[in-house]
Design a protein around this ligand. Structure first.
Ligand SMILES: [Zn+2]
Length: 372
């Protein structure tokens, strides 16, 4: 049950989402499974299959750069990710993370002597564009951002983040002679707006701070304050024709199937928590808690308790449907107990049956649980 704490954290976020819809207390309740008293060994480990895909970073260089599609390069320091495209009309850079922005120009120079013409900001957050000042001396550099991002940066007046020179509200196409780059506004993560980058010719899609392939969503669905838009962004992403997906974080990039898995996971958590939230009797939890604390005066505490109860119930249900069983299947796969010879295919919802089938010992080959 090592996944329990992680799932509790994720569920607590969705519980807050529904609590928000109740129009209830404004103070952020303590989420269940807070860090205090939790043993480090209780945390879910990173899957070996995820670790296997990590791009090796040469320490002296600090970053790894790979051409992931024709003319399109991804740069990462193992935690942040950015990109650049080499076009017939110069180099277009996407983001400038503060941790390694100074390396980006060296990495570009290693593959082309063409000038840098454009810098695109995916959103305003410092960790993704806080190194943009390293491009300050690039002559005639066009810096493209959403209007909301430009306004925010104007207010911040931060010397580390160069001010945009070109803004847009909904869509913008950079037609770079032979390479069409489509920019589209979204609202799934940052309060000032997000930009989805799509390069059709390269089948390349970049949506920073949406998901990290091979991992669960970061700290409450990528710390979104707009959960409706977060749910919606997967549909938007899957409208595109792409093979390469860049989410902006961690050790490797992803693909279409991983966007689909993240969507399914997010929907599953959402639907489960929504149902449990509806089924849990608010007044009954209040009454029970009031009895223990001697009255109804501390309403924040009463409400905290309600969220904790919903979180615990939803976590228990999700663990039954997903985490425990999938973890078990993973270990069966990794220990070689299940061999890659097709025996039976089970739909995702029949994970329990799949496990039961494996445990009968009658399986003659690989038992597959179809995620999609
Ligand atoms: Zn961000």
């Amino acid at each position: 049950m090592k996944n329990l704490q992680r799932i509790r954290g994720v569920v607590a976020t969705v519980v807050l989402f529904f609590a928000g819809n109740l129009g209830f207390a404004q103070n952020p309740p303590q989420t269940a499974g807070g860090a205090t008293g939790r043993a480090l060994t209780d945390y879910a480990p990173v899957l070996p299959s995820t670790l296997d895909r990590a791009w090796a970073i040469v320490p002296e260089k600090g970053v790894e750069t790979r051409e992931v599609a024709d003319g399109v390069f991804v740069v990462t320091d193992g935690v942040w990710q950015s990109a650049f495209a080499v076009t017939d009309e110069g180099v277009v850079v996407f983001d400038a993370p503060e941790t390694y922005a100074s390396r980006i120009r060296t990495e570009i120079a290693a593959v082309t002597s063409d000038p840098i013409t454009t810098l695109v900001y995916t959103h305003a957050h410092n960790d993704h564009i806080g190194g943009s000042a390293v491009f300050a001396d690039v002559e005639g550099l066009e810096i493209v951002a959403l209007t909301g991002v430009a306004e925010f940066l104007g207010e911040m007046n931060d010397p580390d983040r160069l001010r945009p020179t070109k803004t847009f509200d909904d869509q913008l196409v950079l037609d770079q002679a032979g390479m069409r780059i489509e920019l589209r506004a979204a609202n799934y993560h940052s309060d000032e707006g997000d930009v989805i980058v799509y390069i059709p010719r390269a089948r390349f899609l970049m949506a920073i701070d949406t998901l990290a392939p091979g991992y669960g969503p970061f700290m409450g669905f990528d710390i979104t304050s707009n959960f409706h838009e977060y749910l919606h962004v997967f549909d938007v992403l899957l409208e595109y024709d792409f093979d390469v997906f860049v989410g902006g974080h961690l050790t490797h990039i992803g693909n279409r199937a991983e966007v689909e898995v993240a969507q399914e996971f997010t929907r599953d958590v959402y639907e489960t928590v929504k149902r449990i939230h509806g089924e849990t009797d608010l007044m009954a939890v209040f009454a029970e808690t009031a009895e223990q604390i001697g009255g109804f005066d501390n309403k924040y505490l009463l409400f905290d308790r309600f969220l904790d109860v919903v979180t615990a119930r939803a976590t228990a249900v999700l663990m039954r449907a997903n985490g425990g069983q999938l973890g078990k299947i993973t270990s069966l796969l990794e220990s070689g107990t299940i061999r890659p010879v097709m025996d039976r295919v089970f739909p995702f919802k029949a994970t329990n049956e799949a496990l039961a089938y494996v445990e009968t010992g009658r399986a003659t080959g690989k038992v597959v649980v179809r995620v999609r």
